[in-house]
Design a protein around this ligand. Structure first.
Ligand SMILES: *[C@@H]1O[C@H](CO)[C@@H](O)[C@H](O)[C@H]1NC(C)=O
Ligand SMILES: *[C@@H]1O[C@H](CO)[C@@H](O)[C@H](O)[C@H]1NC(C)=O
Ligand SMILES: *[C@@H]1O[C@H](CO)[C@@H](O)[C@H](O)[C@H]1NC(C)=O
Ligand SMILES: *[C@@H]1O[C@H](CO)[C@@H](O)[C@H](O)[C@H]1NC(C)=O
Ligand SMILES: *[C@@H]1O[C@H](CO)[C@@H](O)[C@H](O)[C@H]1NC(C)=O
Ligand SMILES: *[C@@H]1O[C@H](CO)[C@@H](O)[C@H](O)[C@H]1NC(C)=O
Length: 370
């Protein structure tokens, strides 16, 4: 009797909740450094950077959680050899991996400065790029205005004709085309990146990844949707307005083949393919190319010799939250295992969050992604 009552309520819950988001993970000062690993090998994106371990980063004061935000910075006190690996910094990768979901990053500040190339992105654990890459926040040098992009293996085209506020740079996501530019959009709002972002007090980024579309929204601090502000509310992306970037089209008919099992990455690198080639031009016009030198070499020399130029090169993260829509089968499977929790003082949502935790995969972060 009790069993069937429980089963009854479960089936009901499943029916109601299937279309709504459930909060899967909150990252904040309390748990951030336990939930992310520090990647400390050679930068797979070719940057002029020395990625440190957690212990090194702590000792060199590159990171902390002593305020009400997570600080992820770079060395801004020491010069480094121009011929060395580069400037000390951090690259963090979430222990949990995700396929689909709503990812919301609330920021106070992001890294800026000539030579910098910060990014907030998700990427597969397998051999890059077989499991795809979603770049949510990315930019270089003194750019303002975010650029979001997808990178995928094989044929992957998205439609130009979508409802978004950003401007397409390319709709071809294949990494072998256009020097791996990816399919991407330049955001319309200057305050979505760089110094204007920081001067405006930061902002909130939301990336929704479903089996049919990937959308990215940027909200200035005083325009964050209510459902993202109230601690216990369920986000409804249909109320978020027009996204800045909307990836949808031929490729999205089979999105799950190109994008799956992603870790969340937050890093700050320097120069490299994008930052170095645009130093002194394009999105780096304030950065000075040394006489008789190339953009790339000028970038390295600047980064190596001017530590004080990087005191604004840091992420200040209020929180990162991930929601997912629980599919019927997963709920039922998990519920059968830990059924007793339902109806015993635990709210249904809490119970399901607990249950979800048991199905989240704890994985080692990848060592070779790009
Ligand atoms: C971090 O998030 C957890 C889970 O939502 C919450 O219980 C905790 O109070 C948060 N910590 C801070 C310092 O906000
Ligand atoms: C800061 O991070 C450490 C390591 O993860 C953790 O033990 C500590 O509780 C965190 N501090 C705060 C104030 O949450
Ligand atoms: C996406 O998922 C929904 C709900 O499970 C399903 O109805 C739809 O057919 C799926 N679309 C694709 C392209 O797989
Ligand atoms: C995702 O990772 C899980 C656990 O490692 C694995 O079982 C699953 O096959 C992966 N998914 C794909 C599409 O490779
Ligand atoms: C960085 O240095 C500049 C110039 O000295 C200064 O105006 C700014 O306040 C510093 N920022 C931080 C975070 O210390
Ligand atoms: C219900 O909760 C109480 C108090 O936490 C606990 O003692 C009891 O074992 C729980 N019952 C079930 C069926 O889980």
């Amino acid at each position: 009797m009790l069993y069937s009552m429980l089963l009854g309520s479960l089936v009901m819950v499943t029916g109601v909740v299937a279309q709504e988001y459930t909060l899967i993970q909150t990252y904040n000062v309390s748990n951030f450094f336990n939930e992310f690993t520090f990647y400390s090998d050679v930068d797979p994106t070719g940057g002029f950077v020395d990625y440190t371990t957690f212990d090194e980063a702590l000792a060199q004061r590159l990171i902390n959680n002593i305020s009400d935000y997570i600080y992820l910075g770079v060395d801004h006190e020491n010069t480094v050899p121009e011929t060395g690996v580069g400037r000390p910094s951090v690259r963090l990768e979430s222990r949990l991996t995700f396929t689909e979901g709503l990812f919301v990053l609330d920021l106070k500040h992001l890294p800026v400065g000539c030579g910098t190339w910060p990014a907030f992105w998700t990427v597969g654990l397998g051999k890059w790029p077989a499991d795809g890459e979603i770049d949510i926040i990315e930019g270089v040098n003194d750019a303002s205005g975010n650029e979001a992009a997808l990178h995928a293996a094989g044929d992957c085209q998205v439609s130009k004709d979508v409802d978004q506020t950003g401007t397409w740079k390319s709709t071809d996501c294949n990494i072998d085309h256009d020097k791996n530019q990816g399919c991407g959009s330049q955001f319309a709002e200057a305050e979505s990146y760089g110094a204007p972002f920081n001067d405006n007090g930061g902002g909130v980024y939301a990336m929704e990844w479903t089996n049919e579309t990937i959308s990215i929204w940027f909200f200035v601090p005083n325009n964050v949707p209510e459902s993202l502000l109230l601690p216990d509310s369920i986000p409804d992306t249909s109320e978020f307005g027009t996204p800045s970037a909307s990836f949808y089209g031929p490729c999205s008919e089979d999105f799950s083949k190109n994008f799956f099992n992603h870790t969340i990455v937050i890093d700050t690198t320097f120069c490299g393919g994008w930052g170095g080639s645009t130093f002194g031009k394009g999105s780096g016009t304030q950065c000075v190319i040394a006489q008789g030198s190339t953009s790339e070499d000028s970038c390295k020399a600047f980064v190596a010799n001017n530590p004080e130029a990087f005191n604004e090169t840091y992420w200040a993260i209020n929180s990162l939250r991930v929601w997912q829509k629980l599919c019927l089968m997963m709920l039922v499977r998990v519920s059968n295992r830990k059924m007793a929790m339902i109806g015993n003082g635990t709210t249904q949502t809490q119970a399901m969050q607990e249950k979800m935790k048991t199905v989240k995969q704890r994985v080692r972060a990848p060592k070779t992604t790009q």
